[in-house]
Design a protein around this ligand. Structure first.
Ligand SMILES: C=C(O[C@H]1C=CC=C(C(=O)O)[C@@H]1O)C(=O)O
Length: 411
């Protein structure tokens, strides 16, 4: 696999403790933001000390992991803080489809971290290298919207075709997505979107990576030393108009055979993928409810302890794509996605997150997100389809999922 690399021969890295910086997102000096923030904690980064473009292929996670081990292994690191996310960190986003050429890792020149009452600043490269600062991000104005690969009726037809294929018995589940474009008068500044997403979805992982911006509720994997955690999501209903309506909807979600089946496919695959890697693994027998500002999901929190030393990217490789974004069986679902969606998902529905020099890190599934390109944003939303899915209801669900990014753009 031929990697495209921009990196110095040897990284010089220094982490220092800093006073609590407060809100991390408002500390980003430039629109080319890197971020991973939940409940005000996490990491933000800016500048670029090293970048890796990973070509498509099933071995892309292993190739990225090897490159990072070499880069971080040869670095001169002074890190008295010594917690997950201190020292050098790479922010990454991988293409959903192994064939996609879109996977990128970036090691920023500055990383500001905040967790459990501690805060730190990491400098990669010479501390006095000037960084350009662009203050006062402006909100997008005069937005207009256009369809992506498929119109709404076209996508409903694709869902109908998927249901037929599932009823034909070749697969149990497939997740179908569609894209939508927003056009603004001026280049869109990721920081405005991050701010709005973090304010509205504090329990989600608000992320920015090389123009991909979103707030995902789904944690693919977190590794802290030997401990791992994951939050499997599948099965969705919109929030109600009041508490009683919320309770009714949640009860219907738990009683819905279709949603339970969608969820079971995802939770079982995550269990099966993690079991061989773990000395201990806890997967709840029944899902619980995850409430977001716009949606409620069936959720299975998974915990485990790794059998042997492996980096978080190594575990990502074992998990992606889960049936929360692909389907069951994976290969049949991937082919059907390529056939019916009529688009390349890019990094949407792929792993997005960060990894440090210890191999610790947090990776989510890039959902509720948009890919920024100057004045244009490409939004994505997808839905799990099983034998009982109704195309019209799935379209409504996809529109609700778009709402997170529509709101981030429109305010
Ligand atoms: C594919 C998406 O959501 C996934 C995650 C949670 C619930 C899902 C569902 O109920 O269909 C999807 O599997 C998306 O938001 O684009």
């Amino acid at each position: 696999m031929k990697l495209a690399v921009t990196a110095p021969d040897r990284l010089v890295v220094r982490t220092v403790r800093v006073a609590d910086p407060g809100d991390l997102i408002s500390r980003l000096p430039h629109p080319s933001a890197l971020a991973w923030v939940r409940h005000g904690e996490g990491l933000v980064g800016w500048g670029e000390a090293a970048r890796l473009h990973v070509p498509g292929g099933a071995g892309r996670f292993a190739a990225a992991d090897r490159w990072l081990r070499e880069l971080f292994g040869s670095a001169r690191i002074d890190d008295p803080v010594g917690v997950p996310g201190s020292g050098p960190v790479a922010f990454g986003g991988f293409g959903f489809d192994p064939k996609s050429p879109d996977s990128v890792l970036i090691v920023p020149r500055r990383i500001l971290g905040r967790r459990d009452g501690q805060a730190w600043l990491t400098t990669v490269g010479e501390p006095d290298e000037p960084l350009s600062i662009v203050r006062d991000p402006r909100a997008p104005e005069r937005l207009s919207w256009s369809d992506g690969a498929l119109t709404a009726p076209g996508w409903q037809n694709a869902v109908g075709a998927a249901v037929e294929r599932i009823r034909g018995g070749r697969l149990g589940k497939v997740v179908l997505a569609r894209d939508l474009y927003a056009h603004a008068a001026e280049p869109i500044d990721a920081r405005v979107l991050l701010r709005r997403l973090a304010d509205r979805y504090p329990g989600c992982y608000t992320f920015a990576h090389a123009g991909l911006v979103g707030a995902t509720p789904e944690l693919l994997i977190r590794r802290t030393g030997g401990r791992i955690g994951s939050l499997v999501l599948a099965g969705t209903t919109a929030r109600g108009t009041d508490d009683a309506d919320d309770r009714d909807r949640a009860a219907r979600l738990f009683a819905s055979a279709k949603d339970r089946q969608e969820h079971a496919y995802a939770a079982e695959m995550v269990r099966d993928a993690l079991a061989p890697l773990c000395a201990e693994l806890e997967v709840p027998a029944e899902p619980e409810l995850l409430r977001l500002a716009n949606l409620m999901h069936l959720a299975s929190p998974v915990r485990g302890r790794l059998l042997e030393e492996r980096s978080v990217l190594d575990v990502v490789a074992a998990l992606h794509p889960t049936p929360a974004v692909g389907g069951t069986p994976t290969d049949v679902a991937m082919d059907l996605i390529r056939e019916l969606e009529g688009m390349d998902r890019g990094r949407y529905a792929g792993p997005v997150g960060w990894i440090d020099a210890r191999g610790d890190g947090e990776w989510g599934i890039a959902l509720r997100c948009a890919e920024l390109d100057g004045t244009r944003a490409r939004l994505f939303a997808g839905c799990g389809i099983v034998a009982d899915s109704d195309p019209a209801a799935e379209l409504v669900e996809a529109q609700t999922k778009f709402r997170a990014m529509r709101h981030a753009l429109e305010g």
